[in-house]
Design a protein around this ligand. Structure first.
Ligand code: MEV
Length: 436
């Protein structure tokens, strides 16, 4: 289909509606989800927008990070994520909360290029080339420098062993409170053209050496030096008796085994880390951050040793339970959607308009809260009891339960195991009673 993107929204809707047996209903339904007030703004965030897709926007209360109490805004479609985070945050609020620190905030960009010549000669002239790169990017970096950021380093990387004649310019950036993706990409494209200009025009290189072939210029979403660490700790005895009558000592030992498994086994590690990103992504979405970038980076970091492993660490020495999460988190609190999306703006307001570093610590805390909650459930009563309880309202909606039926079902299942079949049977018996 050619020219789809230049059709009007209505025309696009009509085209897509042809895929349905009830095209008019489809158009009506999609239009009903279009935001009455922010339609133009939301349409403009993407291409080929047909309507808007609402997700629950909620809050995790009682998140104490370095002594400050936060209500943390979260957007997620998974019912148990918020409940798990809230339960863990409450548990740790009574035990000193989360202790977090930002270890580093460096971001990265690369120009990938091929060049046929003597690398040592290129290295010898690199100081001069670097000056040209900095000069070319100066108009772009000016404002960032005023805010305390900018280019921190530029290196020439020899990678010719992995692919013939292949090299990189590798730049490190400080982007202060912005995630900085556009800024870094613009800088890298400027550097790429400065590189081509320099090699062709400096007079140091001859013949084929004058030709640099730029393959691409782009930021790297792998930011191992944009690191945050977050931990919780308490005396093992202070963990209290756990569900299923597990003593604090047995709980701590079983917890340690669960964490060790996530360090050894990639199958478990992926699920363990998914639980962490349940919380982090929800905060990223609520604050207008790029959760795909954050996940991509987190998983690359989890595989940095060559073996993909869990992102958390546990230490049970000296009768203490110390549990920590360290991961790269490139988050921003200015620029991009953070100020354009009215709810992202409100989210940041809810957090007291934090600096990017504060948001890194808050998001990591919610990630750790989610993971702690998941492991705690897994090693005690299992995950399904809680999950299905949270899922009850979805099942009731799917079975088109009335408000009264929902109320009765919630009371009935408060002490019973929830499954689709059990809820269906319960509703059928209610409806039968009603009709007899
Ligand atoms: C579900 O969204 C996340 C968990 O599977 C995480 C975990 O197993 O650690 C519960």
């Amino acid at each position: 289909m050619k020219g789809f993107s230049s059709l009007s929204r209505e025309e696009k809707l009509d085209q897509v509606a042809r895929l349905f047996d009830d095209p008019q209903e489809f158009v009506k339904e999609l239009n009903s989800f279009r935001h009455p007030k922010y339609r133009e703004l939301l349409d403009g965030f993407s291409e080929n927008t047909l309507t808007h897709y609402p997700l629950p926007y909620g809050v995790v209360p009682n998140v104490i990070v370095n002594g400050t109490l936060y209500m943390v805004p979260v957007v997620t479609e998974e019912s148990s994520v918020v409940a798990a985070a809230a339960k863990s945050a409450g548990f740790w609020a009574g035990r000193g909360g989360f202790h977090a620190r930002v270890i580093s905030t460096t971001k990265v960009g690369q120009v990938h290029f091929t060049w046929k010549g003597d690398f040592r000669k290129l290295q010898d002239h690199f100081p001069e080339l670097k000056e040209k790169l900095l000069k070319k990017t100066a108009p772009v970096t000016q404002n960032m420098v005023k805010r305390g950021g900018g280019i921190r380093s530029i290196r020439l990387v020899e990678t010719a062993r992995s692919m013939e004649h292949y090299y990189q310019l590798m730049a490190e950036f400080e982007t202060v409170d912005s995630m900085g993706a556009n800024f870094i990409n613009t800088c890298m494209e400027e550097m790429a053209s400065a590189l081509v200009e320099y090699m062709g025009g400096s007079g140091h290189f001859r013949g084929e050496e004058k030709n640099v072939h730029v393959i691409m210029a782009i930021l790297s979403n792998y930011t191992p030096d944009c690191l945050v660490e977050c931990r919780v700790e308490t005396g093992i005895g202070d963990l209290g008796e756990q569900e299923g009558g597990l003593s604090p000592e047995d709980f701590a030992r079983k917890f340690e085994q669960a964490v060790m498994i996530s360090r050894m086994d990639p199958y478990r590690a992926a699920t363990h880390n998914k639980g962490i990103f349940n919380g982090i992504d929800a905060v990223a979405l609520a604050t207008g951050n790029d959760f795909r970038a954050i996940e991509a980076c987190g998983h690359a970091w989890a595989a940095r040793s060559g073996n993909y492993s869990g992102l958390t660490d546990i230490d049970l020495s000296n009768h203490m339970f110390r549990y920590s999460l360290t991961l790269p988190l490139a988050l921003g609190t200015v620029g991009g959607l953070t100020s354009l999306h009215p709810l992202a703006k409100r989210s940041l307001g809810m957090l007291g308009n934090p600096r990017a570093e504060d948001l890194m610590m808050i998001a990591a805390s919610v990630g750790l809260a989610n993971n702690f909650g998941a492991i705690r459930s897994l090693i005690t009563r299992g995950i399904q009891a809680g999950h299905m309880k949270m899922h009850l309202s979805n099942i009731l909606n799917r079975l088109e339960a009335t408000p009264t039926e929902k109320e009765k079902a919630k009371a009935y299942f408060s002490k019973r195991k929830v499954s689709y079949r059990a809820v269906e049977t319960f509703l059928l018996s209610l409806r039968k009673q009603h009709h007899s």
